[in-house]
Design a protein around this ligand. Structure first.
Ligand code: GLA
Length: 373
């Protein structure tokens, strides 16, 4: 990256930034319901090398796409496709929030697979936000930056996502998962159990029609909110759900039940981590998968195979689909001593079931977007 930077800009980069991808351990489809999520930032990153400029222009070259984006901070141009939309959208969002932005030249690259459900777009957004904070001299506030990232997705790119991805990419703590309260926008680091590893299991399938299905789930959650006359599904209790009187649509009831039970599981899972109880945590991961499969109906045959294959291998505490669903990755918590047999057996089992070879990433809980010293 340094060589490319020198070639492009005839200078050396002055600031290096790393922003991680993420994997969600539990708490799925809860963020846009004002609930709880428990993701961790991973040791796969978007890396940004940059040098401040004296004007209000940004030039950024993407090594992966071999393409350059140049724009004025006074007039970011709206496009809703491609990597450059996240960069310009973030500048737009920070402008709207009144941050004092200064220009820079940068080169961006990453070892985070794109489109695999590991939040490469949130990582890019938070890398760019970190760059503006470093160059403009304003304080790095993860929740505010995450909100700007979410606004970029919602209003600039046109993806109706929640806040989880950006918040953990911004605020991740090394060695810890983050218990996020998506209503208060607060997060607490929770230590990962000793002698365990988090393994991301990429099914190799990609989510088709995901936006329409995601939006449909959001609407169904909205219907449940109207029915129960609450602010968000966060406020619905198991007793309210269990009340057989009333005319709640069966599918909407199922969707709400997932969110209500998933919120409870997420809080229990955080307590299990605090207690270093990997076994209890694994049981909650399995229950989460069943709820996503049966009640929220966002799993897929490939994700189900992967979760079943992983869960039955000795040394695996639990596994589940992770992220929005319909394809992408599962995640497993595995005893460090069992990692070798786990990786070979899960590969074989998934291959036997689907004919596909999965890609596995053993990953460490990592720090959120930061300036590399
Ligand atoms: C996607 C969205 C997140 C969240 C998850 C589901 O990853 O970007 O905001 O809603 O789906 O938990």
């Amino acid at each position: 990256m340094r060589q490319v930077f020198e070639q492009k800009f005839n200078a050396l980069p002055a600031i290096w930034i790393k922003a991680p991808g993420r994997v969600n351990l539990i708490g799925e489809h809860t963020d846009y319901n004002g609930g709880f999520a428990l993701p961790m930032a991973i040791d796969r990153h978007v890396v940004l090398a940059l040098r401040p400029r004296n004007d209000r222009r940004v030039t950024i070259y993407s090594l992966e796409f071999d393409s350059t984006l140049e724009f004025s901070l006074d007039a970011p141009a709206k496009r809703n496709t491609g990597w450059d939309a996240y960069v310009q959208g973030l500048a737009w969002a920070l402008n709207c929030d009144g941050y004092d932005l200064h220009g820079w030249d940068g080169v961006v690259w990453g070892d985070l697979p794109m489109g695999a459900g590991l939040s490469s777009s949130a990582a890019l957004e938070m890398a760019v936000a970190r760059a503006f904070s470093a160059v403009g001299g304003f304080a790095w506030e993860p929740a505010a930056m995450a909100r700007a990232g979410q606004r970029t997705e919602n209003e600039w790119v046109g993806v109706d996502c929640g806040i989880m991805d950006q918040l953990v990419c911004a605020g991740g703590v090394s060695g810890h998962a983050l218990l996020i309260d998506c209503r208060a926008l607060t997060f607490d680091p929770v230590p990962m159990p000793a002698n365990t590893a988090v393994v991301i299991l990429d099914t190799g399938t990609r989510r088709g029609l995901v936006d329409s299905a995601y939006n449909e789930r959001r609407q169904q959650c909205e219907s449940a909110v109207h029915y129960f006359k609450v602010d968000a599904l966060r406020d619905v209790t198991a007793e309210m759900l269990g009340d057989p009187s009333g005319e709640l649509d069966q599918v909407v009831r199922q969707r709400a039940r997932h969110v209500v039970t998933e919120n409870a599981r997420t809080l229990e899972a955080a307590a299990a981590l605090e207690a270093q109880d990997a076994r209890a945590f694994g049981g909650l991961m399995r229950a989460s998968h069943r709820s996503l499969r049966d009640d929220f109906e966002v799993s897929s045959a490939a994700l189900d195979h992967m979760a079943v294959c992983a869960s039955k291998i000795p040394g695996c505490y639990g596994a589940r689909m992770t992220g929005g669903g319909f394809g992408g990755c599962a995640v497993a918590l595995v005893a460090v001593g069992a990692l070798d047999t786990f990786t070979s057996q899960v590969t074989q089992c998934y291959r036997d079931a689907t004919g596909k070879t999965p890609e596995l990433f053993v990953c460490r809980p990592s720090q959120g977007a930061h300036v590399v010293m």
